[in-house]
Design a protein around this ligand. Structure first.
Ligand code: AMP
Ligand code: MG
Length: 389
């Protein structure tokens, strides 16, 4: 068995950033930018007024000064001429400042009669002119990799970039293994278990940007497993759940080896998640999760999510944070323990029940409290590591 850190390192080595594709702006939010994008224009593309008022030429005017109104500049339609001292152009916010103008005096400081304006009070120091390229200039870049936020999308649109190069979504095939499993919504007899892992993993990985295919539930036979792997062929990542330990019916490792999986590891000193395995299978990365529902989801967070992010081209980032414990914790055993708990008001509390079959407990959790191997008992107030979930 290897440590969680070593397993994560090996799991990440099994995948690499995928290629890029161009998508329209409306489909780019949340996708990962694949290459730096350069602005092909200045923004604003002209010196623009920051206020509604009057554009004037010459030195700062004084109260009582008058100017002859010779035209207007509105957004989308500039004043065509050149402004001379003694002249004024009516101007609205965002409109091009006329050639020759030195400032915009806000309309609150002006009185107007027909085609004359008069300055009523000392104008502000500020010229109220946004220089050309004030926001961004031709050649400025939005740098990759990054997950595109709504603000990034608005920026790309302002740059006049209509098609965005993003990393292709990883194709992830999920294979749920177990004779006892049936699909949600089926009519279960009492011996059956509803296959929940695939649904939780699909939700987790799709939120991260993967395309997830749920393959039909697979029986615990070598033939069914081979068929299942056949359906997964071509996926960037094959995720199995169940059948990963060493029981008579745990055939995933054996069948994967028979069809050519090059194993990177099998067995991790973590809890839950001990039977975890991973490797390369033809063109795919493969990770085999334990079937226990909490184990599958915890391994999804700790291993599969970072693998998906790496395929998307994002650098690895540790999600680990620290916070003080609200209550004491007993000593940990020899495996790294991901305890289901809550972070509330900046303090961590582990749930009393930590069985890896309890999805109701995981559903109430918003933190996995990470206990190193052989961590001694901890008092309330001591600082512990956790991963928000
Ligand atoms: P296994 O890893 O196959 O030994 O499964 C361990 C436990 O997890 C058993 O109680 C299974 O019934 C359960 N289990 C396995 N796969 C799933 C699944 N896809 N959804 C829900 N429970 C599962
Ligand atoms: Mg099983």
């Amino acid at each position: 068995m290897i440590s969680t850190a070593e397993a994560l390192k090996r799991a990440l080595e099994l995948v690499a950033p995928l290629g890029a594709e161009d998508v329209p702006l409306t489909g780019a939010a949340g996708r990962v930018l694949a290459r730096d994008v350069m602005a092909p224009r200045d923004q604003p593309p002209f010196a623009a007024s920051a206020m509604d008022g009057y554009a004037l030429a010459g030195p700062p005017p004084r109260p009582g000064d008058t100017f002859r109104l010779i035209g207007q500049s509105v957004a989308g339609k500039a004043f065509p001429g050149t402004l001379q001292p003694g002249e004024a152009v009516r101007i609205l916010t965002g409109a091009p400042v006329p050639t020759g103008a030195d400032r915009v005096v806000i309309q609150e400081h002006i009185s107007r009669t027909d085609n004359m304006i008069k300055v009523r009070q000392p104008p502000d120091e500020k010229p109220y002119i946004r220089p050309r390229g004030d926001d961004f200039r031709t050649g400025d870049t939005l740098t990759a990799p990054r997950r595109l936020t709504p603000a990034d999308i608005a920026l790309l649109a302002a740059m006049n970039v209509a098609e965005v190069p993003v990393t292709r979504r990883p194709d992830v095939a999920v294979l749920s293994v177990g004779d006892e499993l049936i699909m949600p919504g089926a009519d279960p007899d009492p011996d059956r278990i509803i296959a929940s892992n695939g649904f939780g993993l699909k939700a987790l990985l799709e939120a991260a940007g993967a395309d997830v295919r749920l393959l039909p539930v697979t029986a615990d036979t070598a033939r069914a497993l081979r068929d299942g792997f056949g359906l997964a062929r071509g996926a960037d990542l094959i995720v199995t759940s169940g059948g990963a330990s060493v029981g008579d019916r745990d055939l995933v490792a054996q069948v994967a080896a028979e069809i050519g999986m090059r194993r990177a590891f099998h067995g991790v000193t973590m809890r839950p998640g001990k039977p975890l395995m991973a490797g390369r299978l033809a063109a795919s990365a493969m990770i085999g999760l334990p079937g226990n529902p909490v184990s599958a989801m915890v391994c999804g967070h700790i291993f599969v999510l970072p693998m998906v992010e790496r395929m998307l081209g994002l650098p690895y980032r540790s999600r680990c944070r620290t916070a003080p414990l609200a209550r004491a914790l007993g000593a940990n055993g020899p495996r790294e323990h991901y305890m289901r708990g809550r972070i509330d008001g900046g303090e961590l509390t582990a749930f009393a029940r930590q069985d890896s079959a309890l999805l109701s407990v995981l559903s109430r959790a918003n933190a996995l409290i990470v206990r190193p191997p052989d961590d001694p008992a901890r008092q309330a107030g001591e600082v512990a590591a956790y991963i928000p979930v």
